[in-house]
Design a protein around this ligand. Structure first.
Ligand code: SAH
Length: 243
């Protein structure tokens, strides 16, 4: 397992976060994918406060306790909200520009890849939010992921992760059935590439996973999973603990 840190020249989301943090506004953070049409992430939304967060994220922050690891922390919005709640977290991200911003925001932060074994620690809560399962990348990476979690979780600790079931993208308008190629790759495995101004990132894998598939992998690798709350649109918050 090698560290997969970004360099500043290939860190579009970090560049957008840094721009917004320094100037109170940012350009377009463009998202490309081989599966979807071009899209955009509103950069201001990466700076959401507790009150602006979706209910599932608020729930996760309320449940988080002890030593908290905020994985793929971005602008640090969740860690900042936790701090306001009097909770302590360590934020990690592979993005150097985001890490710099989080440091300036007074957070405890480290530039690290979750999958790099050099990153170690013991945490009571591992937070993975904003389709946090994305960082796992592909279903085939779940064994590595659960192995890392066993290294990082304190006894009795848990992972709080949100995700979405993308099956709604394949719904037949006429009869409401789902048209999914079951012989193909899992429908929640997607790829993205981002661009901010002239900064183009590399393509990366991102996993959306339905609850049943998550539960299947979790049980195979020694974890229990519980649906904490279902969201309004095929999304959910799951809590995973070592069995
Ligand atoms: N959690 C934040 C940001 C979500 S975007 C929020 O909700 O606003 C996903 C973040 O995960 C990006 O900042 C990206 O740089 C980071 N990331 C992607 N892969 C990672 C990995 N393997 N380890 C740590 N961070 C990662």
């Amino acid at each position: 397992m090698s560290a997969n840190l970004l360099s500043a020249g290939k860190d579009p989301m970090g560049a957008a976060i840094a721009d917004f943090f320094r100037h109170g506004k940012a350009g377009r953070l463009r998202v490309f994918s081989s599966q979807f049409d071009e899209d955009e992430i509103p950069v201001a939304s990466l700076f959401r406060t507790f009150d602006e967060m979706p209910a599932l994220e608020q729930k996760a922050l309320e449940l988080a306790g002890g030593r908290i690891l905020d994985v793929g922390a971005g602008s640090g919005c969740h860690s900042l909200a936790l701090k306001k709640m009097g909770k302590k977290s360590l934020a990690i991200d592979i993005s150097p520009l985001s890490v710099e911003v989080m440091r300036e925001r007074g957070l405890d932060v480290e530039q690290a890849d979750l999958f790099d074994e050099h990153f170690c620690g013991e945490f009571d809560t591992v937070l993975m939010l904003m389709n946090g399962s994305g960082i796992v990348g592909k279903l085939s990476r779940f064994p590595d992921f659960f192995c890392r979690m066993k290294q990082l979780l304190a006894p009795g600790g848990c992972i709080l992760m949100d995700s979405s079931d993308l099956k709604y993208l394949y719904e037949d308008d006429e009869d409401g059935s789902y048209v999914i190629d079951l012989a193909g790759a899992y429908y929640g495995e997607v790829d993205f590439r981002m661009q901010y101004k002239q900064v183009r990132g590399d393509k990366f894998d991102w996993l959306y996973v339905d609850f049943d598939t998550l539960a299947l992998y979790a049980s195979q690798y020694g974890f229990k999973v519980e649906m904490v709350e279902a969201g309004e649109h095929y999304d959910y918050l799951a809590k995973l603990t070592i069995r």
